[in-house]
Structure formats: structure tokens, C-alpha cells
Design a protein around this ligand. Structure first.
Ligand code: UFG
Length: 328
């Protein structure tokens, strides 16, 4: 495995748990995060945190050299679909332009390996499920497009230089590790919202549409345990060392509806979750389910925690432990 890794966005939800797991695996890790969304307290103890932008070429190349980094895992990005439609310029600046600067800094410091945090959002409205990597990528929102554009930059730069990349297209990350969890402000994701209602810190959950073409009328998503997702990054670093490159879906291969998630959260917490049927949210595909068979075959990765209830239970335990989220 890589001996020294820079994790951009390592103070965020998926980044923080990846850092924790890398450190536990004996890897040297340094985090770069501007703390616009991330939390200082989400960086595992003993791991250096550099507060700054991935677009700062001078800073990033210095950090890469000083920490003798040989691989980068790039999480830092803006990641809210709705917000991306309202503030497209910021999304392209942060997710594409700053990302491209990161590649410039890597080239300057002679770092060739990168694992990129991409998204199922690149596919847009699926033509068929489960979704394979060969499915057409036609994003229906700015966020998904920024991820696709950056993947294309990676591909063309890898053709032109020594860059070696693996892009991981996540479906819906869920759950927590023992120490780190999901703390978005404001929170927009289904599972933490359901748990906040269960905990009594939010009055109700609005279900965004129950007239979709699915068995119970609510949207179906492929929830993947965040610990499994993070382990896929470690598998991807190993794969890069073996000379592999490319794009991989990360999901469970199973879908759960919004109602399934709320019911499961009720049974895990033993609390009633007050729900109200509301309007559809713009840009929500009815059904997003991954085929992760390529990751299984080529990265040797498969989810170790495939049960929805286990993911929700891990998220609930973390919420009970940190009811206010991370301290600011
Ligand atoms: N939902 C509700 N009520 C809520 C919140 C969510 O009904 O209060 C529904 C949504 O409409 C959707 C499902 O619950 O059907 C899951 O919604 P999330 O917001 O938790 O997640 P998304 O599927 O919208 O988005 C996630 C990531 C994105 C990524 C996308 C790609 O957050 O970054 O998956 O699949 F782009």
C-alpha cells in the first residue's frame, strides 16, 4: 500500500472515515481541507491537518513534498445537487478548476497517483438498472457534470503524462464509524434527517414525492455503508500500485425506497418518525441502483456491511454519541 497519502477533504464525512481507516492500516496521512464544510474535530488524532485550498498550487506542492506524499485521494468538493443548480459558477470553480490546479501541483511535486471521489450523479436519469460503468453519462445537474468533467480531465491528463487515476462513482453513502459520522449543515440527506426526527431534534420528515414508478411510489436509492466505501479507496490505492486505472461504481447492488429507509430507522431507533408526503424534489431520478461487479472483479472489493439496518444503526450510535454533531 501507499506509504504516504494526501487526503483532500479529509475533514468531511467520507474523507474523515477514510483517513481513520488509512491511519489504522498503518499508512502515513496528511489532510488538506479548507474547513468550509469539514470539521477540525473530524480529523483523526495524530493526523496533520493543513487548512487551505486544493486550488493553491504553491501550498499543495509544498505539502506534497514536505510529507513525501506518493498518492492523493481527492474528496474536497461541493456536493449538493440543489445548490449546484443555484450556484453553478462556484461548483465549476471548486470541483473542476481547483481540482485541475491540484493535478498541476501533483505534477510539480512528481506525484502520479490519484483516487477521485466521483458520483452516481454523472449518469443522470438511468436508462437501465442496475447501472454499469458503461451506462451513458448524461448528468442532469451541475454537480454531476462537474464530476464528469473532472473525470475527463483525469483521463486526458493520464494519456498525456504519467498520471495514474482511479475514479470511484459512489451511490448513497450511509452510516458512520465508531468515531466519525455525518454532520452537514444544513443537513439534506435522508438518513440523518430521519434520525434527527427520531432523536426529537427535528419535527418531521418530508417525503419528496410518492408518485414515482416504484412499488411504494417513493424514490429508490442504493445505500452503501461508508466504512465499505472508505475501504474501496484503500483497495483503489493498491490497484494503482498494480498498474490499474479506470472508473468504478461503488454501491450495494440493492435498492431501498424512502419509505423502506424510514421504516428501518424506526425499527433501529425504536422511535416513531413523523413523516409527511410532500412534492417531488427537482432532479431526483426514481431509481438509482449500482452494479459494482467491476469493482468486485478488478479491485477485489465487496461491501462487508450490506444490510441497511446495520448502516442506520451505525449512524444512530454516532448520533447518540455526538447529538450536536462535531464541536465547532
Ligand atoms: N429525501 C426525502 N426527504 C428528505 C431528504 C431526502 O424524501 O428530507 C429523499 C430524496 O428525494 C431521495 C432520497 O431521499 O429520493 C435520498 O436523498 P439524499 O438527499 O439522501 O441523497 P441523493 O440520492 O439525493 O444524493 C446522493 C448524494 C449526492 C449524489 C447522489 C448520487 O448526496 O451527492 O446521491 O446518487 F450526487
Amino acid at each position: 500500500m501507499s506509504s504516504s497519502v494526501l487526503v483532500t477533504g479529509g475533514a468531511g464525512y467520507i474523507g474523515s472515515i477514510t483517513v481513520e481507516r488509512l491511519a489504522n492500516a498503518g499508512c502515513r496521512v496528511v489532510v488538506l481541507d479548507d474547513l468550509s464544510k469539514g470539521h477540525r474535530a473530524a480529523v483523526a488524532e495524530g493526523v496533520p491537518l493543513v487548512v487551505g485550498s486544493v486550488g493553491d498550487v504553491e501550498l499543495v506542492s509544498r505539502v506534497l513534498r514536505e510529507h513525501a506524499v506518493d498518492s492523493v485521494i481527492h474528496f474536497a468538493a461541493m456536493s449538493l445537487v440543489g445548490e449546484s443548480m443555484e450556484r453553478p459558477a462556484e461548483y465549476y470553480d471548486n470541483n473542476v478548476v481547483a481540482g485541475s490546479k491540484l493535478l498541476e501541483a501533483m505534477a510539480a511535486a512528481g506525484v502520479e497517483k490519484i483516487v477521485f471521489s466521483s458520483s452516481a450523479g454523472v449518469y443522470g436519469e438511468p436508462e437501465s438498472v442496475p447501472i454499469r460503468e458503461s451506462h451513458p453519462a448524461k448528468p442532469v445537474n451541475v454537480y454531476g457534470d462537474t464530476k464528469l468533467v473532472f473525470e475527463r480531465i483525469l483521463e486526458w491528463r493520464s494519456e498525456a503524462s504519467g498520471l495514474r487515476y482511479i475514479s470511484l462513482r459512489y451511490f448513497n453513502a450511509a452510516g458512520a464509524s465508531e468515531n466519525f459520522g455525518e454532520d452537514h449543515r444544513p443537513e439534506s440527506h435522508l438518513i440523518p434527517i430521519a434520525l434527527q426526527v427520531a432523536a426529537g431534534t427535528r419535527p418531521e420528515l418530508v417525503v419528496f414525492g410518492d408518485d414515482y414508478d416504484t412499488p411504494d411510489g417513493t424514490c429508490i436509492r442504493d445505500y452503501i455503508d461508508v466504512r465499505d466505501l472508505c475501504d474501496a479507496h484503500i483497495a483503489a490505492l493498491d490497484a494503482l500500485d498494480r498498474g490499474q486505472k479506470g472508473i468504478y461504481n461503488l454501491g450495494n447492488g440493492e435498492g431501498w425506497s424512502v419509505v423502506n429507509v424510514i421504516d428501518s430507522a424506526e425499527s433501529v431507533t425504536g422511535k416513531q418518525i413523523r413523516r409527511r408526503m410532500g412534492e417531488r424534489r427537482e432532479g431526483d431520478p426514481a431509481r438509482l441502483v449500482a452494479s459494482s461487479s467491476l469493482a468486485e472483479k478488478e479491485l477485489g472489493w465487496r461491501p462487508a456491511h450490506p444490510e441497511l439496518g446495520d448502516m442506520i444503526e451505525a449512524a444512530w450510535k454516532w448520533m447518540l454519541r455526538c447529538p450536536e454533531g462535531y464541536p465547532e
